[in-house]
Each structure stands twice: as structure tokens, then as C-alpha cells.
Design a protein around this ligand. Structure first.
Ligand code: ATP
Length: 445
């Protein structure tokens, strides 16, 4: 399927079915900010729950954290964001549009007479590149002055670093151990786009693993392996996942080694998660800027050191988009196109649709009872409108793995049909076995 067509189809399906809406749409929208509708919020929540389960609940050596979005402004000086979180930008003096200096659509050299604005086409109107900080600023307290500037965090990691000793002192952990956090981050991205791939407000799922210096590369390799496995475990097609190693020119100032997990989107291979060996850069900087000792005392070895950090950093929105792009397919069934989001059952927003075949002979009442009973276990959807085939198609588009139909034989045998989304085959299942039948098939790893 052509790149744009698939993305356009995804955006339109997302809106039609209530996955993702444009923010403030009735006012014309807000650039690269998106809202999650009823199905989208469930899908993204499943992504976050699966991450939390794998990173926190299933492990003995990781603790959870939920730090505030607003932090002391010195944090961002220590982290390097005030000085270095910048993109070079050029402005068009004619149409007032702003571009990244490396925007491929710009012809010529910005600042020179030959440079041409990609929007209005004027020549010689582009300024020299200027550095622009990507952090959103606001003011704390009643006075809007420089001293009151605070930032909306551009990443969740710093909340973990500044709390590392609090977590250590209040839990039973010893190095090596990790802290995991899911939360909003904000970046005033200049070339956002590709739907929810790059947005100005997004959610990160980050884990920082604190290790003894010298063991960092071992842990780095382990974490690479575990993170790739996780992406496969939520149902992403393995052949569309690969590693990208940061070369010397690409490595961030703090990193000793960095790999991205990339996914093959319709618009090319792109990063969905970064695994970084950040050395002792972060704790070292916070120790220097705060004046507080952040060393760890290793009782067993009777030595003090500043732990090294291995970071795994994924975007919840980006993974949600990846799941949608990976799951989308069109098939021809009996001469008609069927659109399917073939989500892994554990990730699907709705687990089952419940339908009465027709609204007579008590079928609707029985279906309603089954619906309410199953709703106690997992998200289900009741639908009694239109032909049964259309109801199946609606659930296929929502990515619902099972459809339960109450028919003429249900009353007597106390059984229903369960239709599987992918194979479209049907099985008769006893009503009192339904919760277990579906439950056992949606339990994610
Ligand atoms: P990119 O090169 O795509 O801008 P990055 O290298 O700056 O990403 P990191 O700072 O390593 O990204 O952030 C870790 C993860 O957070 C990314 O892999 C991505 O999943 C997510 N992420 C980063 N920026 C955005 C954004 N603007 N919108 C949505 N998700 C994002």
C-alpha cells in the first residue's frame, strides 16, 4: 500500500472509530497535538499497562515513580537542556514561516540570496540559521519575569535522576536496580508530523537502570535484548523491527553507547525506542549543580561510587501508532473490502462484541445479560443494530478479536457462537465458559 494512502487511511479510521482526534478540532485544531478517543485511550492504556507489567511488576529490581511535570529550573541547566536542547532554525521574512535549517525542501543556503522558501517560494528571504530551544516555558507564581521561568519537562528521565536517592532510601533496592516512570513530556518540535509519530505533547515510558561502573556494557546488552523482546510480545511484526546503532557523530554528549529500536513505518524506518548507556553523566551533573552527594555506598564491597545508568526510553504514543500501522490490513471477502486492525488480543481495546442475531425471541435480553456479565472481566461492546455481517465489520475495524452472537439455538443449548476476527471461523461455546474462553486468549505475556 502506498505510504500516504496508508497513513491517510489510518488517520481517517482513527477519527471515524474514535481512536484519535485532532486537539481543539472545532477551533481549527492545534498543531501536532492530538486527543485520544474511547478506543484510543484503551489501546494506549494497554500499551502502558503492558510496559508497566514487564518493567515493574514482573521484576524484583525495578521500582515505579511518578514525578511532577514541573521541576526546579536548575534541573534543566544540569541536564544540558537549557544550553543544548536546540535546533537550528531559519525564518522566511516574507511569509513568516519557520523551518529547520536542514529541511530538505529548502533550495539553496539559508541566509544567501539563492535560498528559496519552500512555502511561499520567495528567494533571498530566508534568515541565517538561529538556535531555538525546544523546551516549553511558563511562569511559576504571579509575576511573569525571568526569575519565575519554569519549563514543561522535555523528558521524564530527569525526575528519576533527582529522586534516585529517595527511591533507594525508601525501598529495599541495592545497585543494580532501576526506576521506571510513565508520564507526559513536551517538546516544541519544529517539524512535527506523521500523525501521532512526532507531537508536541506526548507520553514517555522510561526506565533508568543504575549499575556499578564496569558492569554497564553487560547491562546495556541485556536491556537491548529485553526491550526488543517486549516489542515483539505486544504483537509487532518482528521483520519490521530492527536496531540502529548510533555512530560516533550521532551519539549524544552524555552517551557511551546508544541503539534505537526502529520500526518500518509507511514513511520509512523510524525510532520507536532508545536504549542508551548514559554513564555517570546525569548523576555527576546533578551532584555538581545541586551540591548534594549522590554517590552510592556499596556495603558488600565497602566502596563508594557514582552509578552508571542504562536508559530505555520509549514513546507511548509512538508505540500506539506503531501498533495501528502494523495491525492495519484490507482484505477482499465475498467481493467486499474488509478493513481489519489485527491487534494482538491482549492489546486490543475491546475484547469482544456481543450481538443478538435478531431482536426477538428473547435474544436481545440474553445478549444483554451476557454483555453485562463479561463486562465485569474485560471491555466488551454491545451491538444490535444492522445486519450481523455489518456488525462483524465494525468490530474488525476496531480490532476486536472476538464476536459473540446469541442465536436461535442459544436458549435451548445455553451456547453462543464465537467468531474469531482473523480467521472468521465460528465455534459454539457454552455461555458459562465464555469468560474463561476469551480471558485465556487475551492474557498477554
Ligand atoms: P527523535 O529523534 O525521533 O526526535 P529522540 O531521539 O529525540 O527522537 P528521545 O529523546 O530518545 O527521542 O526520546 C525517546 C522516545 O520518546 C523516542 O524513541 C520516541 O518514542 C519518544 N518521543 C520523542 N520525541 C517525541 C515526540 N515529539 N512525539 C512523540 N514521541 C516522541
Amino acid at each position: 500500500m502506498a505510504e500516504n494512502t496508508l497513513m491517510e487511511k489510518l488517520v481517517s479510521l482513527a477519527k471515524r472509530r474514535g481512536f484519535v482526534f485532532q486537539s481543539s478540532e472545532i477551533y481549527g485544531g492545534l498543531g501536532s497535538v492530538w486527543d485520544y478517543g474511547p478506543l484510543g485511550v484503551e489501546l494506549k492504556k494497554n500499551v502502558k499497562d503492558r510496559w508497566w507489567r514487564a518493567m515493574v511488576h514482573a521484576r524484583d529490581d525495578i521500582e515505579g515513580l511518578d514525578a511532577a511535570i514541573l521541576m526546579h529550573p536548575r534541573v534543566w541547566e544540569a541536564s544540558g537542556h537549557v544550553a543544548g536542547f536546540t535546533d537550528p532554525l531559519v525564518d522566511c521574512k516574507q511569509c513568516k514561516n519557520r523551518f529547520r535549517a536542514d529541511d530538505k525542501r529548502i533550495k539553496g543556503t539559508p541566509g544567501q540570496p539563492d535560498a528559496q522558501c519552500p512555502v511561499c517560494g520567495s528567494k533571498g528571504t530566508l534568515t541565517e540559521p538561529r538556535l531555538f530551544n525546544l523546551m516549553f516555558k511558563t511562569f511559576m507564581g504571579p509575576v511573569e519575569e525571568q526569575a519565575a521561568v519554569v519549563y514543561l519537562r522535555p523528558e521524564t528521565a530527569q525526575g528519576i535522576y533527582v529522586n534516585y536517592q529517595n527511591v533507594l532510601n525508601s525501598s529495599r533496592q541495592r545497585v543494580p536496580f532501576g526506576i521506571a516512570q510513565i508520564g507526559k513530556a513536551f517538546r516544541n518540535e519544529i517539524t512535527p508530523g506523521n500523525f501521532i509519530f512526532r507531537t508536541r505533547e506526548f507520553e514517555q515510558m522510561e526506565m533508568q537502570f543504575f549499575v556499578k561502573p564496569g558492569t554497564d556494557m553487560e547491562w546495556f546488552e541485556r536491556w537491548r535484548e529485553w526491550r526488543m523482546e517486549w516489542h515483539k510480545s505486544i504483537g509487532l511484526t518482528p521483520t519490521r523491527l530492527r536496531w540502529h546503532a548510533h555512530g560516533p557523530g550521532e551519539l549524544a554528549h552524555y552517551a557511551k553507547a546508544a541503539y534505537d529500536i526502529e520500526y518500518e513505518f509507511p514513511f520509512g524506518w523510524q525510532e520507536i525506542e532508545g536504549v542508551h548507556n548514559r554513564t555517570d553523566f546525569d548523576l555527576g551533573r546533578h551532584q555538581e549543580y545541586s551540591g548534594k552527594k549522590l554517590e552510592y555506598f556499596d556495603q558488600a564491597a565497602n566502596e563508594r561510587y557514582l552509578p552508571y545508568i542504562v536508559e530505555t526510553s520509549a514513546g507511548a504514543d509512538r508505540v500506539t501508532l506503531t501498533l495501528m500501522a502494523d495491525a492495519y490490513r484490507e482484505e477482499t471477502v465475498e467481493g467486499e473490502t474488509r478493513v481489519v486492525l489485527g491487534f494482538d488480543p491482549g492489546i486490543a481495546p475491546i475484547k469482544a462484541g456481543v450481538f443478538p442475531l435478531v431482536k426477538k425471541d428473547g435474544m436481545a435480553e440474553l445478549a444483554d445479560r451476557i454483555y453485562h456479565d463479561l463486562k465485569r472481566h474485560f471491555p466488551v461492546f454491545y451491538d444490535d443494530s444492522g445486519a450481523i455481517g455489518r456488525r462483524y465489520r465494525r468490530m474488525d475495524e476496531a480490532g476486536t478479536p472476538f464476536c459473540i452472537t446469541v442465536d436461535g439455538d442459544t436458549q435451548a443449548g445455553q451456547t453462543v457462537t464465537v467468531r474469531a476476527r482473523d480467521t472468521m471461523t465460528q465455534e459454539r461455546v457454552a455461555i458459562d465458559q465464555l469468560a474463561e474462553y476469551i480471558g485465556s486468549r487475551i492474557r498477554g505475556s
